[in-house]
Design a protein. Structure first.
Length: 136
């Protein structure tokens, strides 16, 4: 059913990675210009794929095991994004000029948290269905 709590978590994750990176700056470059996800093709594709995976997982509510696996795949995509941002932030430190890290670099962290919460709720539903089947 779509009215379950994991749907809410997945919707929050989809909005978080699908909308916010294009309005919050990821980092500020050496020239002082803010860099958004739309200016980086690879980052933009990764954010869109994470949002698409979350939206597809919402509508797989009848197949809880596949939904669980899809959320894990989405976590891996978000971990790759987070790894790229950590690598990028370690390489941003210029000695002559000061560079800033943007709040948009934390979006994959929050997305992973919501995906973990969704997986917990899916696991709880799966355990409930198994316990009811055992009583029959």
């Amino acid at each position: 059913m779509i009215q379950r709590i994991q749907t809410f978590y997945l919707l929050l994750a989809a909005i978080l990675v699908g909308v916010l990176p294009f309005f919050l700056s990821l980092w500020t470059g050496m020239d002082g210009e803010a860099v958004f996800a739309k200016s980086q093709l690879g980052v933009s594709i990764a954010f869109y794929s994470a949002a698409l995976l979350a939206l597809v997982a919402i509508f797989m509510y009848k197949k809880r095991q596949n939904q669980f696996v899809l959320n894990r795949l989405n976590m891996i995509v978000n971990l790759f994004l987070l790894g790229f941002f950590v690598y990028r932030s370690l390489n941003l430190s210029g000695e002559a000029e000061v560079s800033e890290k943007g709040i948009g670099m934390l979006i994959p962290v929050f997305s992973i948290v919501f995906l973990v919460l969704a997986n917990r709720a899916i696991k709880k539903d799966e355990d409930l269905v198994k316990s009811v089947d055992r009583l029959r």
